[in-house]
Design a binder for this molecule. Structure first.
Ligand code: NYM
Ligand code: MG
Length: 216
């Protein structure tokens, strides 16, 4: 049998939607099943570009809005080859945030000329997820989960707008077919179960169709 490629699975959602917890749970689950899994997150704050992003998010530095947008994108491009290689050699890559966040967080600032379409352009050509699991929760609910408001963008008005724009991406853009919405307002185990179902479904589609890893 031909060796199978890995899958590219992305988690998205508002801050405090439970992405990091659920990402870890899925990684653990897949590893228990004997899969080779690599866990990544964006921004990847360990690279020189990632450090610039981290300093911006913590408020230590300022960046012009186009510039910080392109730094977030560059941070994905610096890992694009690694993602492709992992998938090719049969390792599944689970990613905590990806270019969807890149588009909606910048667009949510409401800066003239920085709409979703502009924001998406520098992402074109990145490895395209086999599935994007969107953990849906209202900003008020997410805010109750603690630790909210420490970083730039973690304000209710911004989060409300981010949620609306995720909705726009799902309805009007090419990524709509990749996105599965999961109600993240439930208990951790219920959310986890829904995620596993969505992952299995996407997984089977890739296996049965022999679909190669595509590009955004
Ligand atoms: N963020 C994340 C962006 O604005 N653009 C991006 O491309 C990405 C990947 O960074 N509030 C924002 C969303 C978050 C913040 O992410 C930090 P995290 O997952 O909270 O560390
Ligand atoms: Mg955060």
């Amino acid at each position: 049998m031909a060796s199978k490629r890995g899958k590219l699975i992305v988690f998205e959602g508002l801050d405090r939607s439970g992405k990091s917890t659920q990402c870890e749970r899925l990684v653990t689950h897949l590893r228990h099943q004997g899969q080779k899994v690599e866990h990544m997150r964006f921004p990847d704050r360990t690279t020189p570009i990632g450090k610039m992003i981290s300093n911006y998010l913590s408020g230590q530095t300022q960046q012009e809005d186009h510039v910080i947008h392109l730094l977030f994108t560059a941070n994905r491009w610096e890992l694009a080859k690694a993602i492709e290689s992992f998938v090719k050699e049969g390792t599944t890559v689970v990613v905590d945030r990806y270019y969807y966040s890149g588009c909606v967080y910048t667009a949510a600032k409401g800066v003239s000329g920085l709409g979703l379409d502009w924001c998406r352009q520098p992402e074109v050509g990145l490895p395209r997820p086999d599935v994007c699991i969107f953990l849906d929760i209202a900003a008020e609910e997410a805010a109750k989960r603690g630790g909210y408001g420490e970083e730039r963008y973690e304000r209710k008005e911004m989060q409300d707008r981010v949620r609306e724009l995720f909705g726009e991406l799902r309805e009007h853009h090419d990524e709509r077919e990749d996105i599965v919405v999961i109600d993240a307002g439930r208990g951790v185990e219920d959310v986890e179960e829904a995620i596993q179902k969505a992952a299995v479904k996407a997984w089977d589609v890739v296996e049965q169709s022999g679909l190669p890893l595509r590009k955004v």
